[in-house]
Each structure stands twice: as structure tokens, then as C-alpha cells.
Design a binder for this molecule. Structure first.
Ligand code: SF4
Ligand code: SF4
Length: 298
């Protein structure tokens, strides 16, 4: 089973929930941080990093400028304006390239060679947990890299390789409804949407639910800092979930002790016995949701 923990906006407690699920999930599991622009799951799981690898994107480089006839086919096919032909002088903007390969195909003069753009790094290891076995996998974008989906897809490929031997995965997805968030939720059997009971939280929860509905996977909501938005805030989330048929998997109350522990990188389930009980219950509910999603996909 693969579960993605997502949120319509940042700061809702998504990583707190992902870390708790990874720690409390029974049996063999893999914690995967796909929030590659700002990964922080490792701060809560404290994994031992056992390996790392660089990920690159194949982009065109002008290797034989003397062969260019100025036909303009490369400019025409590139939807991202990453290659332009100024007369018989092609110019590539590698940072804008999506590696579709179109310019390689249409350039009959084989002007382009294969260059590489560094995307970032993938790291893997093991996270210490009380029970079972928790492997760890994360990606981290190169500073300045504008596109995160290619690196996310590279991490997902490694995730699938790892799961080929069995086990489940808990993904910490990027916040929001960007291409990166969509790429991270796409492989999941179920999505956990973490929200806060505020107008912003509810607005972005609705956006996330609508966006991820495209994948046809079961979703459930975790209301974090329940009560923190006042009675109206909680009621608004409850009403929205009832109206859209989305189950509330947990209501996690705000606790100052947990907020202090978070600032020190202490996982929520280790900071509060009451919260731990709620998170154990949440884990069981998420497993049931993911089993439903996996069954539906088979
Ligand atoms: S497709 Fe090739 S030959 Fe045509 S303009 Fe581009 S680089 Fe030059
Ligand atoms: S590989 Fe695709 S995106 Fe990149 S420059 Fe060529 S046509 Fe544009």
C-alpha cells in the first residue's frame, strides 16, 4: 500500500502526520519525503543515511552549430521556449527545458548533443522505530532548480523498486496543488489531507480534494489543531466533509507541549501520550483507507 500525506497549504502539520504514520505503521514500511524543495521528514525520523545518488535531466546542448540550416524546427516544437533559432544560430536555455526530446527528433542536422542538468540528490537509509522496519527515502532539489517533478519521479522510481520486495510506503507530499504535489500523490492508493480549521485551511483543503479527485483514490481528512480556529472553524470543516462525503480520520487538538517538541524535532507521537493514542488510531484508519484504494485499483 502507498499512502500520500498531502495538504492544500503549507504549515498544516502534514509532515507531523507523515512522520507519525511512518513511525507507527506496523510491519515493513518505507518513509518517502517527496517534498523535494523543502524536505524535512528526516528531521523527525532521524534516519541513518546509507547512500545517495545524483539525478540529472538530459537536455540539449549545441554540439555542431556549423550544421544548423536555420530551419526553425527546434524552436517550433519546443512548447517551453527552451530552444530558439536565431537564423542559423540555435540557442538553448537549459533551465527551461522539460526534456521532452522534441528538438532532438526534429533536428535532421543533428546539431544537438546530450547535455545534463543537475536536478538534485536522492538519499536513502533506515529510520529508527520502536517496532518493525522503516526504510527511508528522500529527494532534495538543487538550489535554484525550478522544476521538482522530474526529481520526484526519480524518487518514485526508487520507491517502486524498493516496494517490489514487499512493504508499504508513506509519502510526505509537497503542500499545495502544484505539479509537484500532483506528481507525489499520483502513485498513492489513498491520500490523507491534513488541514487546519481556518478559512484558509478550508479553502485550500477544497482545492486539494478537487485536484487529487482526478486520481480516483480514496481520501480522508485530518483536522490538525482542532479547536484552534474556534467553533465556527471546526464546524466549517465538518460541514465541508459531510457535504463532500470525505471521512474525517482524526481530530488532533492543539497542545503547546507538542508545538515545543516540534520545534526541537521531536515527533508528535513521542511528545504526548494522548496524541500518540489518537495517532495510533489514525494509522489504523489510514491503513483501512489505503487497503480500500489498493483493492479498487486491482
Ligand atoms: S532544427 Fe536543427 S537545423 Fe533547424 S534551426 Fe534548429 S538547430 Fe538549426
Ligand atoms: S528537449 Fe523538449 S523541452 Fe527541452 S529544449 Fe528540446 S524541445 Fe524544448
Amino acid at each position: 500500500m502507498i499512502v500520500a500525506v498531502a495538504s492544500g497549504k503549507g504549515g498544516t502539520g502534514k509532515t507531523t502526520v507523515a512522520a507519525a504514520l511512518a513511525r507507527l505503521w506496523p510491519g515493513r514500511r518505507l518513509a518517502v519525503d517527496l517534498d523535494v524543495e523543502a524536505p524535512n521528514l528526516h528531521l523527525f525520523l532521524a534516519p541513518e543515511i546509507l547512500g545517495r545518488g545524483e539525478e540529472n535531466l538530459v537536455v540539449p546542448v549545441v554540439e555542431h552549430p556549423e550544421r544548423c540550416t536555420g530551419c526553425g524546427a527546434c524552436s517550433d516544437i519546443c512548447a517551453f521556449k527552451a530552444v530558439l533559432a536565431f537564423g542559423d544560430f540555435p540557442v538553448v536555455f537549459p533551465e527551461m527545458c522539460h526534456a521532452c526530446g522534441g528538438c532532438f527528433v526534429v533536428c535532421r542536422e543533428t546539431v544537438f548533443g546530450r547535455g545534463q542538468r543537475h536536478l538534485g540528490e536522492v538519499r536513502w537509509g533506515r529510520a529508527p522505530v520502536a517496532a518493525g522496519d522503516c526504510a527511508f527515502l528522500m529527494g532534495e532539489s538543487r538550489v535554484g532548480e525550478a522544476m521538482s517533478p522530474p526529481l520526484i519521479r526519480a524518487v518514485i522510481r526508487r520507491m517502486r523498486d524498493s516496494l517490489a520486495d514487499g512493504g508499504d510506503a508513506v509519502i510526505d507530499a509537497p503542500p499545495g496543488t502544484t505539479c509537484a504535489a500532483m506528481a507525489a500523490v499520483r502513485p498513492a492508493d489513498a491520500a490523507v489531507l491534513v488541514t487546519e480549521p481556518t478559512p484558509f485551511g478550508l479553502h485550500d483543503l477544497d482545492l486539494a480534494w478537487r485536484s487529487f479527485s482526478e486520481f480516483g483514490l480514496p481520501m480522508g481528512v485530518v483536522v490538525n489543531r482542532a479547536g484552534g480556529g474556534g467553533a465556527d472553524g471546526d464546524a466549517a470543516v465538518e460541514d465541508w466533509c459531510a457535504a463532500n462525503g470525505v471521512p474525517i480520520l482524526a481530530r488532533l487538538p492543539f497542545e503547546t507541549a507538542v508545538a515545543r517538541a516540534y520545534a526541537r524535532g521531536v515527533p508528535a507521537d513521542a511528545a504526548s501520550p494522548a496524541l500518540r493514542a489518537a495517532l495510533v488510531d489514525l494509522t489504523a484508519r489510514v491503513r483501512a483507507l489505503a487497503a480500500e484504494g489498493k483493492h479498487a485499483r486491482v
